[in-house]
Design a protein around this ligand. Structure first.
Ligand code: WT7
Length: 643
């Protein structure tokens, strides 16, 4: 297969699609481009409830945007109450499967009651609009319940992925100024307990502002409960009403903060607000996933990442969909767990990552082939470029050459999918996100902002604000301005390199900043370096992403040591563990290389570019890199460094 093979949408799919045919897409795109305010107002009016209407749709004080200015609404209201009035009360909202095999089917009516009850719990303990809550939970239904309960009251939440360590959790609690932590005793992953409450206890040793810890019982393991601070979720819910009116909040009210890695050691809190976020995530849900009333939709991401926020919780629930949540690992009890889920629940739409696909390919076709996957009608991919071999397998072995694949490009900052094929309209080319969605104006430019030509590599920028975009970095508007709007004059800088072909299709080449992409999770080289130099034996560290057959990139560390006799083998193992403890298990380095010195510029800056070249040119395996011209990325990164 070559880069240029094209797959046209099948006539049967086009015939039933929400956006049917290329003309329909072009028309939608044209309207959004020419009259964006009318376009988005129409989307906003069509399916959402607003307690008060906006005075105008859009306000732009660069780089600060407001959408649906002056309007009042509530995301939880739109995800729940609205569906009780429109005939979805008995429809399953959340179809959940725990790793041990337990199952829960929660209707919109039931979810509404659960959310109201928990909102009342928060209210009874004095939490109100403007407060901040940290949510650190396993993938159980109470995680979205906690998010929606916060949204219902106007409490800004920050979900911290359960794979983050106590250290990382602490940093987020502090930066956000959270006063309540919602957690669980633990969760199940590969039949082992992930001990969440223990990490909370460790983190809270240094967070005096947290008044309450609310603990959902999941694993039933023995955990200490601190008097006055820790409460069982079920105790607090006793006798509490299952009615709780949704607080009308401003369209620009902070819905959530999600921390992601930047180019420094400090993670940045990406702020998303209410109205624009709700409107665009729901609209893209309908466009990209071609969502229909009877779909059983499953996004396999963790809710702790933005994919889970937008496309497990808020997008699907606002659209009135049935969203499937699976708690555990894809290989537990065996490598066909996912395919068994697809078969048993008759999943129609599956959204996952190239890393997961590659990991499953490795186990062989016999696992999916044991199951009836005929319910599937659409497949999605997100998080990193998908290499042609993985695309082809996904298409053939999972989709049986029937299901279109939507490769969706977006970021924590964009809130919604930005570049992706509309499956009933746009022919796909494996490895390309294809064309921008309505309202999205991307461009590939050089550092001065000048568009580069067809098929030329450059920086991917977005030329116009969009409803679901990041509003600021929590507590650091200057960093927001300089990171995203100060790089290339007047436009949003994505941090990705890309090229655009003669058909206008976008090909993402990778990050141009010091951000790695490991299993579709963003990780900063600097964050890992800071963790390493906190170890007493380490003098200096430089970290780069190295191509990896399964995870796309893997963490590779170059380390110089302080004086003394060191056992490199033992220390290597120890440092890998150390990083996992400091950041989280998903950040555990693949490789530690001890070296006498690190390459530096005359001004003392570590030349990561050289290290990147060393690890990429020497160890490239498989076909992962066929899309990612790493020398291009490296060159572009160098160009940026020299700015
Ligand atoms: C970075 C954003 C939002 C999804 C989860 C990751 C890379 C994301 C694709 C894709 C090529 C992709 C980019 C982007 N990326 N999707 N379909 N094709 N690259 O969110 O952690 O904010 O990372 O992931 O490099 O900038 P994130």
């Amino acid at each position: 297969m070559t880069e240029t093979s094209t797959y046209a949408p099948k006539p049967e799919f086009v015939a039933q699609a929400n956006v049917s045919g290329m003309e329909a897409y072009r028309e939608l795109y044209r309207r959004a481009e020419e009259t964006p305010e009318e376009f988005w107002a129409e989307v906003a009016e069509r399916e959402f409830d607003w307690f008060e209407k906006w005075s105008h749709v859009f306000e732009w004080n660069p780089p600060f945007a407001k959408w649906f200015v002056g309007a009042k609404t509530n995301v939880a209201y739109n995800c729940l109450d609205r569906h009780l009035k429109n005939g979805r009360a008995q429809k399953i909202a959340i179809l959940w499967e725990g790793e041990p095999g337990d199952e829960r089917k929660i209707t919109y009516q039931e979810l509404h009651s659960m959310v109201c009850r928990f909102a009342n719990v928060l209210k009874n303990r004095g939490y109100k609009s403007g407060d901040r809550a940290i949510i650190y939970m396993p993938m159980i239904p109470e995680l979205p319940v906690a998010m929606l309960a916060c949204a219902r009251l106007g409490i800004t939440h920050s979900v911290v992925f359960g794979g983050f360590s106590a250290e990382a959790l602490k940093a987020r609690i502090k930066d956000l100024g959270a006063t309540v932590v919602i957690t669980a005793d633990g969760g199940w992953r590969r039949a082992k307990e992930v001990k969440l409450k223990a990490a909370v206890d460790e983190a809270l040793l240094e967070c005096p502002d947290v008044r309450d810890v609310i603990v959902r019982k999941r694993t039933g393991s023995d955990i200490p409960m601190k008097d006055g601070r820790d409460h069982w979720w079920h105790d607090l819910e006793e006798g509490v009403s299952s009615e709780c009116p949704a607080e009308p909040v401003d369209a620009e009210h902070p819905l959530y903060v999600l921390y992601t890695s930047g180019t420094t050691g400090q993670p940045k809190g990406i702020l998303h607000t209410t109205g624009g976020y709700m409107v665009q995530t729901t609209a893209t849900m309908r466009w990209v996933f071609d969502l229909k009333e009877n779909d059983v939709y499953w996004c396999s991401a963790d809710i702790g990442w933005v994919t889970g926020h937008s496309y497990i919780v808020y997008g699907p629930l606002a659209a009135g969909a049935t969203t499937v949540i699976y708690e555990g690992a894809p290989d537990t009890p065996a490598f066909d767990r996912w395919w068994s889920i697809v078969e048993r629940h008759r999943i129609t739409i599956l959204y996952t990552s190239p890393t997961a696909i590659r990991a499953l390919i490795r186990q062989g076709d016999e696992w999916p082939n044991k199951h009836d996957l005929s319910s599937l009608r659409l497949l999605g991919s997100v998080g990193e470029p998908i290499n042609p071999a993985a695309w082809e397998w996904y298409y053939r072995v999972i989709g049986k050459q029937r299901c279109p694949i939507v490769d969706t490009w977006w970021q924590t900052e964009t809130g919604s999918i930005m570049i992706a094929p509309l499956p009933g309209a746009i022919p796909t080319k494996p490895g390309s996100g294809t064309l921008p969605l309505p309202g999205v104006l991307p461009q590939v430019v050089d550092m001065s902002g000048k568009p580069v030509g067809v098929d030329q590599e450059g920086f991917l920028v977005i030329r116009r604000p969009w409803p679901a975009m990041i509003r600021t970095i929590w507590g650091d508007p200057k960093r927001y301005e300089s990171q995203y709007w100060g790089r290339v004059p007047g436009v949003y800088f994505t941090g990705d390199a890309a090229r655009c072909d003669a058909d206008g299709y976008y090909w993402i080449l990778g990050r141009v900043d010091d951000v790695m992409n490991v299993s579709g999770h963003r990780l900063s080289t600097m964050e890992v370096e800071s963790a390493l130099v906190r170890h007493p034996a380490v003098a200096e560290a430089a970290v780069v992403g190295k191509p990896h057959e399964i995870t796309g990139q893997a963490v590779c560390c170059f380390v110089t040591l302080k004086q003394g006799n060191h056992d490199h083998n033992a220390l290597g193992t120890e440092l890998r563990k150390w990083v996992a403890h400091e950041i989280g298990a998903f950040a555990r380095p693949e490789e530690i290389r001890f070296t006498e010195a690190l390459p530096k510029t005359r001004s003392g800056k570590i030349m990561r570019r050289l290290l990147r070249e060393i690890v990429t040119t020497r160890t490239v395996t498989g076909d992962v890199t066929t899309l990612e011209d790493l020398t291009v990325v490296t060159r572009l990164a160098a160009q940026r460094d020299e700015e």
